[in-house]
Structures are given as C-alpha cells and as structure tokens.
Design a protein. Sequence first.
Length: 235
Amino acid sequence: MSVLSDLLAVQTTDIAISQAKHRVSHLQEMVDRDVAKRTLAEIDAQIAICDAEIVASNAEITKVDRFSHEHDDKLIKLNRQLKTVIAPREAEALQHEIATVTSERSALDDRELELMGIVESAELRKSELAPLQLSAKSSLVAATMALSSAKQKIDAEIALLTEQRSAQALVVPQSLMSTYEAKRKHRPDGAVCRLTGPTCGSCHLDISQGEINSLRTLPVDEFPECPHCGSFIVF
Ligand SMILES: [Zn+2]
C-alpha cells in the first residue's frame, strides 16, 4: 500500500470521527429530553401560579377575618350605646353608623367567600396538575437516561475510531501528516482522494489526461496533487 493510501485511510477515520461528533450534538434523544424538560417546567410553573394564588388569598382571608372581628366588636358597642341614648337625633346617628358598619361587614363576608372560592379552584387545579407533573417527571428521567445511553454509545464509537486513527497515523511520515492536517483545514473531507476516471474526488473537476500522466510519473519523494484543489491524489 502506498503512503498516500495509508493517509487516505487516516482521512476516512477522521471523517467518521467528525460524523460521530456531529451525531452526538444532533441527537434526537437531546431534542426529546429538551421537550420533556420544557413540559415539566410548564407544569411546575402552573402549579407555582396556583400556590401563589392560594398564599395570597389565604393572607387576605386572615386580614378580612380581622376586619370582620373589628366590625363585630364595633357593632356590639354601637348597639349597646343605642340602648342608652335618649335623644332621637343621637339615636338616628347611631342607627346610621350601625347600618354602615353592617353593610361593610357584609361586604367583608362576600369578599371572604370569593377568596375561599379562589383557594378552592386553585387547589382543584393543583390536584389536576399533580398526576401530570408526576408523569412529566418520569418522562424526563426516561428521556435523560435515553440521552445518556445514546451519548455513551457514540462516545465509545469515537474512542474506538480515535484509537484506530492513532494506529493508522503511525505508518504515515510526520511531515506528510502535517501537510495533510494543513490541507484538511480547507477541505476536511478531501485533503486526499482518488480519481473517478479523470475527475478529482475532492473538487470534482476533471484533470486532463496529460496532467494525469505527469502526476503518475512523479519521483517517489513527490506526492501527486490535484492541479485545481491541491488534494493529494491516490493512484
Ligand atoms: Zn481537486
């Protein structure tokens, strides 16, 4: 085997390594894991909204309760006062105040009922979300495991290819390896290629028969290159 065909073998492995690396960063399992992550995050966010509603409503219920007690105390006091007044105008004023406090008290009751309704419906939504959250969590665990096993598989493949590449590179002279690396920067998959008929396997341009003949008869220490793209040519 010529040294250029040894180099071509290195390139084949290098291409396989790049393809494996590309695959590892474009795994369907990664997409699936991200979807599972987003689904769980959306459910968590909805539950957090319910929790916030429950906390805020309960805090307001406590406040409303305190106001209601204050109103009850005030009503007891006013009714007691009403029994002791004699002047009709004073009694009228007290009755007016009692009516105002009673109507405020009733508005507080209404608000408390409303808040209890909010808490109840938030609790209901939470109980509906709980099984969804549970299944989203297990989906995420499964997707994470699938991703990690898919990655492991390709990582093992890359490790094997890397080992193979080191062995293949051993038989290629170091100076040729350096030139190959430099050429690969511009043509990652075509630093070295074969001809298909008169066509360069790297740039796909035709090389004239005269040029091919002179490439074939180069001295042994010179490597044939495509006149168009500079790719090494394996005959
Ligand atoms: Zn070419």
